[in-house]
Write a protein that binds this ligand. Structure first.
Ligand code: ASP
Length: 357
């Protein structure tokens, strides 16, 4: 029988420094195998893949490694697309979505519109392990997290609050708010709405292949900036924001969640692998479907192409990886066991994303 390692050893083997709630529901460490591990993520996941790879090499379950990796971004107040510091909904309240999938058990769990909980991906793992369900939302998800010992966290940072307030002051025609004169604008807010400001959303996806050839993945986000309260995107929806098949590979997405929900793109990508496609071609096929099925005129440019972006990331059971986006210039992060690096991904169209995409 393979000897397991206890929770305190999980700390010794690389989780020191991560908060205890990231460990809630983590499996015991196992002796590492001899296959080459690979961890991929969206472009904001350099530290994520490094942490996940460190844990995989020490014998962590691939899903636990991915969750510990994204926890770094969930805790980072400077990433305004995930967890703490995420841009709030239109009422100024941060609502998070996250999902996980575990290859060996083909298990999945998710939480949506959860408030005041710093690590929704770890809560999603407990939904998978400690309920007979796949998705908990809103107050039910929050109470479930509290029941398991997750602490309350105010997720709205001062900077995110000021960004939201400025958005309200400059966008709402429904009330009488007045934005500050330019010279009084907080430099952080000015930076956020600066010249290069085009995004209205963001997310982190991480897929991990361990040294036994097993897969795990997670996607975690604060979703669309200033969204309607209760709006849920693709990230916590199994098949849309992430999907895996332990015999084939694992995939995930970032970008306009609604487009992805209407195409279940992560599932499409893994099925593309089944049909013999490379990870990059499977991701490009998912982009093509998003393009072809985008029938809504107000979401098209003058040439009928989507006026938004989606990005897909995929790693196979045998360690190949690739990605694609609708528009050019996107990247993903890859750790192949030796080092972590940003790599360009393919695109359906050669041009840079349209403004606002
Ligand atoms: N997919 C996320 C959502 O729609 C946002 C993003 O990745 O940009 O909630």
């Amino acid at each position: 029988m393979v000897p397991s390692v206890h929770r305190r050893d999980f700390f010794k083997n690389g989780l020191a420094g991560l908060s205890a709630s990231v460990l809630l529901g983590a499996a015991p460490m196992q002796p590492p195998g001899d296959r080459r591990p690979v961890v991929i993520s969206s472009a904001n996941g350099l530290r994520t893949v490094e942490k996940a790879m460190e844990l995989i090499k020490a014998g962590a379950d691939p899903l636990d490694a991915a969750i510990a990796g994204v926890a770094i971004v969930e805790e980072d107040p400077t990433d305004h697309t995930v967890g703490l510091g995420g841009i709030p909904n239109e009422e100024g309240i941060v609502e998070l979505d996250a999902a996980v999938m575990h290859g060996p058990s083909h298990g999945g769990g998710a939480v949506a519109s959860i408030r005041n909980i710093l690590h929704p991906a770890a809560v999603a793992r407990l939904v998978m392990k400690r309920t007979d369900h796949c998705l908990l939302v809103g107050d039910g998800a929050y109470r479930f997290a509290k029941m398991h010992g997750f602490p309350d966290t105010e997720l709205l940072t001062d900077v995110a609050r000021k960004i939201w307030l400025y958005w309200k002051e400059t966008n709402s025609k429904l009330d009488d708010r007045i934005p500050p004169p330019p010279e009084e604008l907080d430099p952080e807010v000015r930076k956020f709405f600066g010249e290069s400001y085009v995004r209205e959303h963001g997310t982190i996806h991480c897929s991990a292949l361990d040294t036994h050839g097993n897969l795990g993945c997670t996607t975690t986000t604060s979703g669309l900036y200033y969204k309607m309260p209760g709006r849920v995107g693709d990230s916590p929806i199994l098949g849309a924001g992430l999907w895996l098949d332990n015999e084939l590979g694992s995939a995930g997405s970032t970008g306009r969640g609604e487009a992805n929900l209407l195409n279940l793109s992560s599932h499409t990508i893994v099925e593309g692998l089944r049909g013999g496609k490379s990870p990059q071609d499977a991701c490009l096929e998912a982009c093509k479907r998003v393009f072809e099925r985008n029938k809504v005129k107000r979401l098209q440019d003058a040439k009928g192409r989507p006026d938004f972006n989606v990005k897909f990331y995929c790693v196979t059971k045998d360690g190949k990886f690739g990605g694609a986006s609708l528009w050019a210039g996107a990247e993903m992060v890859v750790h192949d066991g030796d080092s972590a690096r940003l790599v360009p991904i393919a695109s359906l169209f050669n041009e840079q994303p349209p403004e606002g995409a």
